[in-house]
Design a protein around this ligand. Structure first.
Ligand code: 3PG
Ligand code: MG
Length: 395
């Protein structure tokens, strides 16, 4: 890919380095329930501290409207310190005298976390005064928060106009993985897209049909495509107002040489919930049943096709995976992708909110080539959008 400015060869010793992380981690009853985002930030922080930089960590947390103690980053300090294996100081503001004093007290190789950026309205509004307040605290800026790269906020966009900006190691790994998936991938490339609705993924589908060789659809959105082909879907979730759009996407796919693969069989039930489910052909869905997962023949068809592919990018589950047995299709395809990846025949990249949970539930989170922790940023990237947090890091 065209170059990103990495930390290679950058002299950071004795410098104040502002590191934008994404510490927007899930917390329940004061406990961090998933440390993945902290863990992905750790190599950058350890490297900088090891090279005797003064490391100043910046992040947002939640979506507070002004200062809100419930959304203070202070509660994360013990977990961050533990996962980094480093002592982490804290300042109860991210700009102004409090932050300035804390930064000035930092010695080479020490780490300081500043309070939630979103306690100031200037962050989301990318206000010049707030940008200047942040820029004052550092000599260099490192962005290691791909999952926030779709936000043109002060600590992501504005700051790069004030300080020399570099990609952190997590950002670097993410961009390299994404480039292998859709930037400069080995063909044939498959995209596997699931989730409930087409309406939320129209831009994504339109972008993908021009880029990939095979588009596998699952989840509720496959119902709408089936309905658009004239298949009777019973009580299944179908977006009636999206049928024309589905047909238009099919037409574009045909024109661009992209094969769309839809389910041939289904797990159906009377309602969405635990209980009796049966497997039938998609042509035989009774009026009082709804499709809640792809069936075994569909799984076989997908896996057979994936064996001929070199790259797969996955977003969205194949069925209503939160409730058994409607996780069966997602788990079976995920395991097949994991095994082809291990065999070395497939480069596999997954991402997007539900996807990470679904792949985690399938137990394959360590067997894909790369799983992104990004939700919205991953989707916008799959839509082919230019991300305001990535552009300033390009050479
Ligand atoms: C995320 O969790 O998706 C990122 O941290 C961005 O958060 P936001 O959607 O509140 O901007
Ligand atoms: Mg989000």
């Amino acid at each position: 890919m065209s170059g990103i400015r990495t930390l290679d060869g950058v002299d950071v010793a004795g410098k104040r380095v502002l590191v934008r992380g994404d510490l927007n981690v899930p917390v329940q009853d004061g406990r961090v329930t998933d440390t993945t985002r902290i863990d992905r930030l750790a190599p950058t922080v350890r490297e900088l501290a090891g090279k005797k930089a003064k490391v100043v960590l910046l992040s947002h947390f939640g979506r507070p409207k002004g200062r809100d103690p419930k959304e203070s980053l202070e509660q994360l300090v013990p977990t961050i310190s533990k996962q980094l294996g480093l002592k982490v100081a804290f300042a109860s503001d991210c700009v102004g005298p409090e932050a300035e004093t804390a930064v000035a007290a930092l010695k080479d190789g020490e780490v300081l976390l500043l309070e939630n950026l979103r306690f100031h309205m200037g962050e989301e509004k990318n206000e010049p005064d707030f940008v200047a307040g942040l820029a004052k605290l550092g000599d260099l800026y490192v962005d290691d928060a791909f999952s926030a790269a779709h936000r043109a906020h002060a600590s992501i966009a504005g700051i790069t106009e004030k300080l020399p900006a570099y990609a952190g190691r997590g950002m670097e790994a993410e961009l390299k993985a994404l480039d292998k998936a859709l930037g400069n991938p080995a063909h044939p490339v498959a995209a596997l897209v699931g989730g409930a609705k087409i309406s939320t993924k129209l831009d994504l589908l339109s972008n993908l049909v021009g880029k990939v060789d095979l588009l596998v659809l699952g989840g509720g959105m496959a119902n709408t495509f089936l309905a658009a082909r004239g298949v009777k879907m019973g009580k299944s979730l179908v977006e009636a107002e999206m049928l024309d759009q589905a047909r238009a996407i099919e037409a574009t796919a045909k024109q661009k040489g992209c094969t769309i693969l839809l389910p041939v069989d289904a797990l159906v039930a009377e309602k969405f919930g635990p209980g009796h489910a049966e497997t039938i052909s998609v042509d035989a869905i009774p009026d009082d049943r709804m499709m809640l997962d792809i069936g075994p023949a569909s799984v076989d068809a997908v896996v057979a096709k994936l064996k001929t592919c070199k790259t797969i990018v996955w977003n969205g589950p194949m069925g209503a995976f939160e409730i058994q047995p409607f996780d069966t299709g997602t788990v079976a395809v995920a395991k097949a992708v994991a095994s082809l990846t291990k065999d070395g025949t497939l480069v596999s990249i997954g991402g997007g909110g539900d996807t990470v949970a679904a792949l985690g539930a399938a137990g394959v989170e360590n067997d894909f080539t790369y799983i992104s922790t990004a939700g919205g940023a991953f989707l916008e990237w799959m839509e082919g959008k230019v991300l305001p947090g990535v552009v300033p890091l390009m050479q």
